[in-house]
Design a protein around this ligand. Structure first.
Ligand SMILES: [Zn+2]
Length: 437
């Protein structure tokens, strides 16, 4: 009997995050994410596509849990780290394959509930909310601890799996933000107390030799554009990640300071804003939220004094069907020269996003509307944060996840710089099971 790490998704690739741990005869699954690029490509086509879990696994859009084989029956818990789709978006397709509860922090579970309702999925698993910094038993051999961490969505947790063979820390996506604008700083104190056998850790930005700036910086950047600029008489649209509640809250607060009426336009904004309220993170009940594009068109057509509003909209990657593209390209709004569109995000580095953003920005420019790009800071640890994280957690073994081979190798190089031996760092592919002794 031993401790085994079973890589299922997100190893030597970016997306569909999923790792399983086998502890004697029990298994716990950590994250069930979507591979966003493959999932969007597959579902974006006009044809009716087969959304069965088999088809989605075959094309690599969701974790291929067939890797587990008969061990699927031994799964005692599915634990979700946070509410980003590349970490929990595959639950509607795979949850029913496991006869066990699904655990997550309140915001994560509120988003999951909204997704299941939207997709009309009959999920049989119990959905159990566990607070940040709580510890709970899921079976005779396994205890789980959620440790709060800063990231670009609320209630993100690192998952410490306590076993008789030691602690495995699943740290998939985090930053070390000393000045978060919402929620607490990363619980470094608790991380220092843990004696970590193996660390499964996000290496997405291991090739980025810097420290990721604080969310406070993004707030300052938005303030400079919106409060220290002459915005009088200008129509202003801001787009950002709908799940980035800290950022959305900042935009709302700045809109208030400008004396403008803040409105949210778009389905995903509505979903995440309501989930944030249901999870008692923040209150958006004083915000007008318009969900569907047909309603958005009507809403905008009836408005006068549009320069007294601050419009927060979906569609930051230039998605043709999202609200911002429709507003720009389908004549939902009469722009005038000097109006402003603020992208409080970065372009997620895949070809389809570069194409869509280029098309959208060209249309915006044709209207002589001003574009403010990259008013954003990342939610991911960069190389120097990862170095600090190794020093804080002092794991015996390091297993990079959420990165292609160059990123995983960059993290290995970093670990060697910090005194680790080749044998202590595992660069795994999906399905490449290892035993930890
Ligand atoms: Zn994330």
């Amino acid at each position: 009997m031993a401790l085994e790490i079973i890589p299922i998704g997100g190893f030597s690739e970016i997306g569909r995050n999923c790792a399983a741990l086998k502890v004697d005869d029990e298994v716990v699954i950590l994250d069930l994410g979507l591979h966003m690029e493959k999932y969007i490509e597959y579902t974006d086509s006009d044809d009716i596509v087969d959304m069965s879990s088999k088809s989605l696994m075959d094309i690599g859009a969701i974790p291929d849990v067939r890797t587990l084989g008969n061990l699927s029956k031994k799964v005692v818990a599915v634990c979700l780290g946070h509410a980003h789709l590349d970490h929990m978006g595959a639950v509607p397709f795979l949850g029913n394959k496991f006869d066990c509860p699904i655990y997550g922090a309140p915001f994560t579970m509120e988003v999951l509930k909204a997704m299941i309702k939207d997709q009309k999925i009959d999920l049989r698993n119990d959905l159990i909310e566990q607070k940040e910094n709580s510890r709970f038993r899921v079976s005779k051999n396994i205890e789980i601890e959620f440790i709060n961490v800063t990231h670009s969505t609320p209630h993100a947790v690192l998952i410490a799996v306590h076993t008789k063979y030691g602690v495995v820390l699943y740290a998939n996506e985090f930053k070390l933000d000393e000045h978060p604008t919402l929620g607490n700083k990363t619980n470094i104190q608790r991380l220092k107390e843990l004696k970590i056998k193996a660390l499964i850790v996000d290496c997405l930005y291991s090739t980025n030799p810097t420290k990721t700036p604080s969310e406070m910086i993004a707030k300052q950047m938005l303030k400079e554009i919106l409060l220290e600029n002459d915005t009088k008489g200008r129509n202003i649209f801001v787009t950002t990640f709908s799940s980035h509640i800290a950022r959305v809250k900042t935009i709302k607060e700045i809109g208030r300071k400008m004396g403008r009426k803040v409105v949210f336009l778009g389905r995903s904004l509505a979903k995440y804003a309501l989930a944030a309220q249901d999870a008692n993170i923040t209150n958006f009940s004083d915000i007008t939220i318009v969900k569907y594009s047909s309603k958005v068109k009507k809403f905008l057509s009836k408005l006068s004094n549009t320069d007294k509003y601050l419009f927060v909209v979906t569609g930051h990657q230039g998605e043709p069907k999202a609200i911002l593209s429709r507003i720009i390209n389908n004549g939902f709004f009469n722009f005038k020269p000097g109006d402003m569109v603020i992208f409080s995000c970065h372009i997620i580095p895949v070809p389809i996003n570069y194409d869509n953003r280029k098309k959208l920005e060209d249309s915006i420019k044709q209207k002589h509307v001003r574009i403010f790009r990259d008013i954003h800071v990342s939610g991911h640890a960069s190389r120097e944060d990862q170095r600090d994280f190794f020093a804080i957690t002092k794991p015996e073994f390091i297993i990079p996840i959420h990165g292609d081979i160059p990123r995983m190798e960059a993290m290995k190089e970093l670990a060697l710089e910090e005194g680790y031996k080749e044998k202590d760092v595992f660069l795994l592919k999906n399905k490449e099971i290892i035993k930890i002794n």
